[in-house]
Design a protein around this ligand. Sequence first.
Ligand code: KG4
Ligand code: ZN
Length: 444
Amino acid sequence: MNASGPCPRCPAKQCGSDHAICAANATSTSLTPSQRSRTVGSPATVVNGDPALLARLLPSRPAARPPLFGRSLQSQHLPALRVPIPDTCSCAVESSADDTCAAVVTSSRQILSNVVIKQNDLHEGYGGIHPMVAIQAHQRNMPIAVKRALREANVDIRKDIDGIAFTRGPGIGGCLSVGSNAAKTLAASLDLPVVGVHHMQAHALTPLLTSWPNPPKFPFLTLLVSGGHTLLLLAKSLNSFRILATTPDESIGRSFDKVSRMLGLPWTARGPGAALEQFCAQPREGEVPELPPYPRPFKGQLAFSYSSLHSYVERYIDSKGGLENIDLPARLALARGFQTAAVAQLEEKVLLAFQWCSENNVQVGDVVVSGGVASNTYLRERLAACLTKLDISNPISLNFPPPALCTDNAVMIAWASMHRFLARDYDDYTIDLLAKWNIDTLSP
Ligand code: KG4
Ligand code: ZN
């Protein structure tokens, strides 16, 4: 294909100097009739291709519009033009823990829908996720979530969707199976391919979608802080991750949840961790007492530990004879001390990871922080401040997905499936779930 001539395959005819890329991409993408005439705001957003091409394009493509959160937003803000878009469109479901999620996302970074049905109120009485309750709620909610995601995306599943993605693991086995069965059955009935996605890979790749037009460039450091994991990774490519630090005991999210519960905080709609953050942010009431310092586990080592932090709170409450004997200022001191110590560990390990990179000649310019705990504002501020301490010439860019895409969602699953749909690297309908699945085993 002549790079300067007209591009017969590019319906937008706006690919400029990228004609060759456009043509290569168009051949690797099958268009459905309704995709050819889908209503979108601007043809200039077409970014498509095989995975290597896509990965290469990510950091260097010219700015398109930022991701859209739902078709209604799109039609509100952009003139509706009837133009063809050779996008690949992934419909994804996510049900690894307690949220039932479905979404539709295109390869040109349009989030056509993002449905999250929260179950917090069902689990509050149990003090944490009750697996059977979660499974039953997923069974009830999954059809509703999928139906809403398709309706809000304004797509016809028979014509517009190129594949169905689901969370293959890690997660609660029974919960994963609800999403996986829904995805496979939907795909089989429509003769569509399926892709099973690693949940933590999806969290890690979210900023490639949301930090447009300046997405992180490989290799980058990724801090994944959720209810199930505390992982510091070196992301080398879309599917190659090296674990630099993890926790041998419990995750930061779980420890936020336990401390929130021990302090008797009512869950907010966003769950116990967010309730603790909200509690810490309230104005100081009276004299706040001095508490003994919180532990700093694995100081100087690339490893996390969070069980000692919640044990500290537990011991303090026991030593006073119960929560009822602890006044509000002391509760605040406990909560703030915990949050500070929990985040201080992240700060220390991120700095150690940069040291590791420099000792191993790995040039890193980006840090990605994702997972539910990454929606915490105090954490965001502290990590931004901590990176200024680095003694390196190049500025480091810190990437946080918007809070709604830090907590579990199906947008990240759809996005993480995209490079595989583009490469026609599909899974068999018989593919097994992996309730335990190490992220460093993803690439062959
Ligand atoms: O990624 P996520 O939604 O689900 C898992 O994959 O685990 O993370 C959920 C975790 C929960 O422990 C929740 O309490 C915590 O993230 N979390 C927070 C905040 N929002 C959610 N922790 C601290 N501060 C927050 N604002
Ligand atoms: Zn998660």
